[in-house]
Every structure is written in structure tokens, then in C-alpha cells.
Design a protein around this ligand. Structure first.
Ligand SMILES: [Zn+2]
Length: 258
């Protein structure tokens, strides 16, 4: 997810930034030995994403992952599996959206989260608060907990560092129904206000359990969710945390019923 002032308010700036991110990434990749990923495969997976409604300029391939809309990560293998699996999904208007995969019953009543020791205290507080936020939603099977050993965890929270506009980013659930494997926090935003940190991490856990951006139109629309939801935690920009909206709660209850 990204900072407020870099949301859709200035499309020209946003495009310039995403181009520069892309250039930076290409430059960086030259120094890394990449495994056997063909340009053709990247192109076909990219067009699969654009067919789903993601804009080409919002898609970046880096270190084996596709990064869409700055903060949603899907591994190349997983995207290839999706492309194979999936028949066409509908793309109607805006509102609550989900990825093709959700977290299955083996994991969704206790998504285990591990916080790397290097995560600063203020972010740790936000992670704990975010887990509490998700656990406070009624009438859903979905539940999370923080574990103290990495080996037992589904989702690892760790620090990254990039001079870019993403505050944090997360991996979607995999095709085998496991929660997204990580949430990465950008050290650049270490001094962000506590209530924004809480919003950002609550948002990222939304991605790890399969929710996409409310203010975009990609993935599978969640029928029954409202048509306007400006304060949704799954919007792609950071607000001060003020609770899940009714639409957020409904989406969670619909996707993860008891
Ligand atoms: Zn996001």
C-alpha cells in the first residue's frame, strides 16, 4: 500500500514514478543472476494480469515475483498456476475484490504470523494491533495469531528498504490455499504515524488472506459489497486507522463465513 499523497490524485506523477521504479528494477536485475524465466513467459503472465484488469504500468516483475499496484506480490510460479486454473472472471464495477485464491480451512482459523526480530518496536505494535483488528471481526471463521518461531509461521513480517512510495507490501494466498508468505515493510516509512502504521499492516494482512484493492477493479468482485467505500481498509492508500467499514466486514464474512 502507498502513501496518501501518491494515490490517484496525480496520475502524471504516478506514471513517472512507476516508470522510474521499473527502470530502477531493470537496472538492479542486471547484477543479479536470474533463473530461467523467458521474456515470453513474463509477457504472457503480464498479459494475463492485464486481462484481469490490472494496468500494464502497475505491473512489475522483480526477483521472481510480479508486483502489482505497488504492494501486492504474486510469485511467478503461482501466477502460472492461476493462469492454468482459471476460467475468465467477471470484471464489473468497483468495490470489494478478492484474488482467485482464498486461505483454506486448514489455515484460515489460525493464520500464524511471525515477526522478524529486526522489525522496529513501533511496527511490531502495528502488527499486533492489526492481528487484533482482524480477530475482532464477528461472524467469520478467519482468525490470526502471532507465533514466536518462524518454522510454525505461515506469514513472515520483515523489513525491506527501498526509496519508493510503497509503505508495505504483501503476498497473496497461494494456489494450495496457504496464506501469503510474507509482509514486507519499507524502512523509509519508519516514522509514519502510529494510526497509519496500523492501517497499513491491517491492509497488508488483507492481501495475505486474498483481498485486493477496493478502489481498483481487478480480480473477482465480491457480490453484495457496497458500491462506494471511501474508507475501506483495502483502498490502496494509507489513512489513519478508524476501524473496518461495514463493507470490509461484509467482505470478510462473505469470503470466510463461520
Ligand atoms: Zn494493497
Amino acid at each position: 500500500m502507498k502513501t496518501m499523497h501518491l494515490s490517484c490524485a496525480n496520475p502524471v506523477l504516478a506514471i513517472v514514478l512507476s516508470v522510474s521504479t521499473l527502470l530502477f528494477s531493470c537496472k538492479k536485475e542486471e547484477t543479479v543472476t536470474k533463473p530461467q524465466v523467458t521474456e515470453g513467459e513474463i509477457a504472457s503472465l503480464t498479459s494475463y494480469l492485464t486481462n484481469q484488469g490490472f494496468k500494464a504500468e502497475d505491473i512489475l516483475f522483480k526477483d521472481g515475483n510480479f508486483i502489482v499496484q505497488d504492494d501486492i506480490l504474486i510469485s511467478r510460479e503461482d501466477l502460472a498456476a492461476r493462469m492454468k486454473d482459471e476460467s475468465n472472471s467477471d470484471v464489473p464495477q468497483t468495490e470489494q475484490w478478492r484474488s482467485p485464491y482464498r486461505v483454506n480451512k486448514d489455515y484460515n482459523n489460525n493464520v500464524k504470523i511471525y515477526i522478524e526480530p529486526s522489525v522496529p518496536a513501533a511496527w511490531k505494535t502495528a502488527v499486533k494491533g492489526a492481528v487484533a483488528n482482524w480477530n475482532a471481526v464477528n461472524n467469520t471463521r478467519l482468525s490470526m495469531s502471532i507465533v514466536t518461531t518462524k518454522a510454525n509461521a505461515h506469514t513472515r513480517v520483515f523489513m525491506g528498504s527501498e526509496d519508493a512510495n510503497w509503505v508495505a507490501r504483501a503476498v497473496l494466498p497461494t494456489s494450495n490455499g496457504k496464506p501469503g508468505v510474507s509482509v514486507e515493510i519499507n524502512t523509509k516509512f519508519n516514522s509514519m504515524a502510529a494510526d497509519q502504521k496500523l492501517f497499513a499492516i491491517t491492509h497488508e494482512f488483507g492481501h495475505t488472506v486474498g483481498f485486493l484493492h477496493t478502489d481498483q477493479t481487478n480480480g473477482i468482485f465480491i457480490p453484495g459489497t457496497p458500491s462506494v467505500d471511501a474508507k475501506s481498509v483495502m483502498n490502496s492508500f494509507v489513512l489513519p486507522w478508524a476501524g473496518f467499514t461495514a463493507g470490509d466486514k461484509l467482505a470478510i464474512q462473505l469470503i470466510y463465513p463461520i
